[in-house]
Write a protein that binds this ligand. Sequence first.
Ligand SMILES: N[C@@H](CCC(=O)N[C@@H](CS)C(=O)NCC(=O)O)C(=O)O
Length: 208
Amino acid sequence: MITLHHLNASRSLRILWLLEEIGARYELVRYQRDPVTHLAPEALKNIHPLGKSPVIEFEGQVMVESGAIVEYLIRRFASDLEPAFSSPEYIEYLQWIHFAESSAMVPVLLKVFTQFEVDAGTQLNFLEGYTRTEFDKVLGFLDSMLADKDFIVGGKLSGADFMLAFVAITVVEQLGAGAQYPHLAAYLQRLTALDSWKRALKLEHQSA
Ligand SMILES: N[C@@H](CCC(=O)N[C@@H](CS)C(=O)NCC(=O)O)C(=O)O
């Protein structure tokens, strides 16, 4: 049995959606962000010292990092969600999984945090220009790569989509940048139309 330690409004949505898609038996343990600090509750540190989510427990091991969890669960339970290792698509698949949590999340989070500061009236110097340049470069690239695709790799749903969905939802819904990135917005619409996504979102909202 898999246990998912799930923090609301977090990257853990990637894993919740994946578990719903796979149809695996799992237990959901919910945690709520502190309304002021937005941090996870201390209780999450009892599971893993970082106190971040997602965390899964499986067969006596504790595992963190959403990308690693996605790769592992797919390899173990849903190999149809990854291309064959020897295919060119596998390289694309692996690249996009890691792009989602590294190249993409850095400018996306910078944008979220600088927005907080701008809204609070903080005078930003280097950070504002750097964030804008990086965000436009990386999200523009992702948007262009989605121009003629339903899913990011091989014309079908794969682990890379589970990773990128959180990037898309943050950019489109939280940052309101859907008009600037129409292919990303359309991609998110396709993902959110899937039954497994709808089930995951229902569970996510129950935890709010
Ligand atoms: N690279 C990690 C990042 C995990 C992470 O930073 N999770 C955030 C939520 S999106 C978190 O738990 N924040 C609460 C905290 O740090 O207290 C992953 O992909 O799983």
